[in-house]
Design a protein around this ligand. Structure first.
Ligand code: UD1
Length: 417
C-alpha cells in the first residue's frame, strides 16, 4: 500500500498554483447529464474522485475524453438509469446524479451512499427536495428509486444548510415546470460555479451565492463549455503548509475571498498575509498564537480545512479550541496527531489543542479520510524527523499532485509503493 514519506524541518518557500476544484468538477460532470451532446470542461483536476465520476458517467452511457486538464463529456440517453452501488460507494457525491436523471428522464435509481468515515451523512434533504418537486421516491434494496412524469416547481426551505442538497435540487428544478425557490440554500462558491454552468446551458437561476436561490424552470437545456473554478480547499491547505513551516508561500490562481475565513484566522494567529486579485501569500513567521475556530457553512470556516488547521495549532503558542459543527466524527486525525507528540483532547464535536512550538516528532501514521491525510502530511512537514503517512489513497481522491507541489516549495516528500 502506498505511503507518503515526509522529512520534516524544511521551510517551504515560493509560488504554487491551485488546481481546479474537486467539489465543483464532480458536480459539473453530473450536471452535464441534463443535456445530451458534447460538453467541454477545462481546469478539471486529475483525481481519483474525478475518475470515479467518469466511471459513473460511462455506466450511464456517456463517453468521456481527457486531455490534461481538459475534459469532454458526450452525453447520450442512458440505457439504464441506475447508478450502481459499486460506483456510488466509492464516492458519495455520486448521489448528485439523482437530480439530473430524474429531471431529464423522469426516472433514477441511485444506490444509497451509506455511512462514511466522517459521520452518517444522510441524504434526507435531497430526497425531501425531490419530493417537494413532485417526485415519487421509494427506498428499496439499498437504492433510491425516484420517478416523476414532469417535476413541478416548489418553494423549499432547507432545515440544515447542505451543499449537495442545494446542488441536487438546483439541477432538478432547472427542468421543472414553474419557478422554484430554495431558502436557506448553501452559499458555497461551488454552488455559484454550478449555477453559472447551468445558466450557460440555458437554465434561469438567480441568487446563487446567497441563501435564497430562484430557479425558473425551462423545457430544455443545451450542452455548454465551462472552466472549473479553483480549489479553495487545496489553496487553503497549501497556505497552511507555508504557515506551519514558517515559510513564505504564495498560492496563485484563486479568488482570495474564497478563503477569507482562513486568512482572517491566520492573521489573528499572528501571520502576515498579502492578497492580490488572484493570490494569497503567507509571510515568514517564527511563532504564532493559538486561535479558536468553529467550522460552519460558507463563508465561515470550512470543515474541509479543520484538520489542516488543527495541525497548525498543535505547534502554536497556547491553547486553542476547535469546534466541528458540520460533521460528527470528524476528529479521527486527532489520535494520529497525538502519535506525533501533539497534545489534544477530543470531546464531542470539540477538540482542545494545547500547542507546543516545535513539539511534533515524526512517526508512522495512517490517513483516515481525505482532509485528515492532508493534515498528517502538514504535521509531517513541521515535525522533527521522518513521518510516513499510510493509506495515502485518501489523498489522491482530492489533491492533485500534492507531493509535486510541496516539493516545488522545498519540502522533502516522496511516495513509496
Ligand atoms: C460537501 C462537500 C464536502 C464538504 C461539505 C460541507 C462535495 C462533493 N463535498 O459535502 O467536501 O465537507 O459539503 O462543506 O461538495 N445533511 C443532512 N441531510 C442531507 C444532507 C446533508 O442532514 O440530506 C447534513 C450533513 O450530515 C452535514 C451537513 O448537512 O451535517 C452538511 O452536509 P452537506 O453540505 O450536504 O455536505 P456534502 O454536500 O455531502
Amino acid at each position: 500500500m502506498e505511503k507518503m514519506v515526509v522529512q520534516g524541518g524544511h521551510q517551504l518557500n515560493g509560488e504554487v498554483s491551485a488546481s481546479g476544484a474537486k467539489n465543483s468538477a464532480l458536480i459539473l460532470l453530473f450536471a452535464s447529464l441534463l443535456a445530451e451532446g458534447k460538453h467541454r470542461f477545462s481546469n478539471v483536476p486529475q483525481l481519483m474522485d474525478v475518475d470515479s465520476a467518469a466511471n459513473l458517467l460511462h455506466s450511464l452511457g456517456c463517453e468521456t475524453k481527457r486531455d490534461g486538464s481538459n475534459f469532454e463529456v458526450l452525453v447520450r440517453r442512458p440505457k439504464s438509469m441506475e447508478a450502481h452501488y459499486d460506483l456510488v460507494r466509492k464516492m458519495r457525491a455520486s448521489i448528485l446524479c439523482l437530480g439530473p436523471l430524474l429531471a431529464k428522464y423522469g426516472e433514477a435509481v441511485v444506490s444509497l451512499p451509506g455511512g462514511c468515515a466522517i459521520g452518517t451523512r444522510p441524504i434526507d434533504l435531497h430526497l425531501e427536495g425531490m419530493k417537494a418537486l413532485g417526485a415519487e421516491i421509494i427506498l428499496e434494496d439499498g437504492y433510491v428509486k425516484a420517478k416523476a412524469k414532469k417535476l413541478k416547481a416548489a418553494t423549499f426551505l432547507f432545515e440544515t444548510v447542505t451543499v449537495g442538497g442545494t446542488e441536487n435540487i438546483m439541477m432538478a428544478a432547472s427542468l421543472a415546470e414553474g419557478t422554484t425557490v430554495m431558502e436557506n440554500a448553501a452559499k458555497e462558491p461551488e454552488i455559484v460555479d454550478l449555477a453559472n454552468y447551468l445558466n450557460k446551458m440555458g437554465a434561469k437561476i438567480k441568487g446563487a451565492g446567497t441563501s435564497v436561490i430562484t430557479i425558473e424552470g425551462v423545457s430544455e437545456l443545451k450542452p455548454a463549455n465551462h472552466t472549473v473554478m479553483a480549489d479553495r480547499i487545496e489553496a487553503g491547505t497549501l497556505v497552511i503548509a507555508g504557515a506551519i513551516t514558517g515559510g513564505e508561500v504564495t498560492v496563485k490562481d484563486i479568488r482570495p475571498e474564497w478563503i477569507d475565513s482562513l486568512t482572517f484566522k491566520l492573521k489573528e494567529a499572528g501571520f502576515k498575509i498579502s492578497i492580490t486579485d488572484n493570490s494569497v501569500t503567507v509571510h515568514k513567521n517564527k511563532s504564532w498564537r493559538a486561535v479558536d475556530i468553529n467550522t460552519a457553512p460558507y463563508p465561515l470556516f470550512p470543515t474541509d480545512l479543520q484538520a489542516q488547521f488543527m495541525s497548525l495549532m498543535t505547534v502554536a503558542e497556547g491553547t486553542s479550541v476547535i469546534g466541528e459543527t458540520v460533521f460528527e466524527n470528524r476528529f479521527m486525525h486527532v489520535q494520529e496527531l497525538c502519535r506525533m507528540g501533539a497534545d489534544i483532547t477530543p470531546k464531542t464535536r470539540v477538540a482542545v489543542i494545547r500547542g507546543k512550538p516545535g513539539g511534533l516528532s515524526g512517526a508512522p501514521v495512517m490517513a483516515t479520510d481525505l482532509r485528515a491525510s492532508a493534515c498528517l502530511v502538514l504535521a509531517g512537514l513541521a515535525a522533527r524527523g521522518e513521518t510516513s503517512v499510510g493509506r495515502i489513497y485518501h489523498l489522491d481522491r482530492g489533491y492533485e499532485k500534492l507531493e509535486a507541489k510541496l516539493a516545488k516549495l522545498g519540502a522533502s516528500v516522496k511516495r513509496l509503493g
